[in-house]
Design a protein. Structure first.
Length: 278
């Protein structure tokens, strides 16, 4: 697979995603390890240096730093310093690769670039797997993702695959990468749609009561009411479960009388027992 000289338009949407995280001051549901692996991906894959891949890698590192600050509660200076050091290390490694491998490429020795292409493809595909841990944790729900980014990235993989199919020769490495992206990202869409269908009555009841689904889940937790869609605990490396901050509930949600709260919880329990019990 030849060195990539451009990246999907989705890379430019990363800037908007980062701005959204900054405004919300939260990155719940966004696995930091995914963004870190994606930050490594363009560093080794593009020889010689191209502008767009470097922007993509830098934005991925910024997004990873946001997960450290907003989710893991790192001090800003600490997360920024670590991100800057890693960015410099990535730049040094890439410069070393260019100086050592470009002369080989000029002499027609291509296998080092092929190896880098395989490693980069694996990193990109593996980076899409951590969201499924978050999906399992939330019983199919997807949060923390920018749907515009995900849609454009999926479309980029799909049309790139169609372009490969239309060629006289099929690039196996590129085709496998695009197919993996299509199926893995498509699964994220499907999972959330299924979750929305399964929770439609609970969300509708919550809306009538002036609440959100998260409010109902939090009230069930506080009242020790069994809730089918309560979040699971995750103890895997790089996946540290953290309770949602109290400020995530809207003002006044926990000021209701106990009888009204209990009634809402009982309604939610009845709906999930009658509609979703398998």
């Amino acid at each position: 697979m030849a060195p990539q000289t451009s990246i999907p338009v989705a890379a430019n949407i990363l800037g908007f995603w980062i701005w959204t995280n900054y405004r919300a001051k939260k990155t719940d549901g966004l696995p930091g390890i995914m963004m870190f692996l994606w930050a490594i991906y363009p560093q080794n894959f593009n020889i010689p240096i191209q502008v767009q891949p470097q922007v993509f890698g830098t934005l991925c590192l910024v997004s990873w730093a946001q997960t450290l600050i907003y989710h893991d509660c790192w001090p800003v200076w600490k997360a920024t310093s670590l991100t800057g050091i890693i960015w410099l290390v990535f730049g040094g490694v890439e410069a070393a690769l260019i100086l050592t491998l470009e002369p080989l490429y000029d002499r027609g020795i291509n296998f080092p670039m092929i190896i880098l292409g395989v490693v980069a493809s694996i990193l990109l595909a593996v980076g899409l797997l951590p969201p499924y841990v978050e999906i399992w944790r939330r019983r199919g729900r997807v949060i923390g993702f920018n749907w515009i980014f995900l849609t454009i990235d999926w479309m980029g993989a799909f049309f790139s695959l169609m372009a490969l199919v239309a060629q006289n020769t099929f690039d196996i490495l590129g085709g496998v990468l695009y197919i993996l992206c299509i199926f893995i990202e498509g699964g994220i869409f499907i999972s959330h749609l299924i979750w929305r269908f399964r929770t439609r009555k609970i969300r509708a009841q919550a809306k009538e009561d002036g609440k959100t689904f998260d409010d109902i889940a939090e009230e069930c937790r506080r009242e020790n009411v069994q809730f089918r869609f309560a979040e699971r605990e995750v103890t895997l490396p790089f996946f540290r479960s953290k309770p949602d901050a109290p400020g995530s509930l809207e003002a006044g949600d926990v000021q209701e009388s106990p009888s009204k709260t209990r009634l809402s919880l009982e309604n939610a329990a009845e709906m999930q027992a009658g509609e979703f019990k398998s």
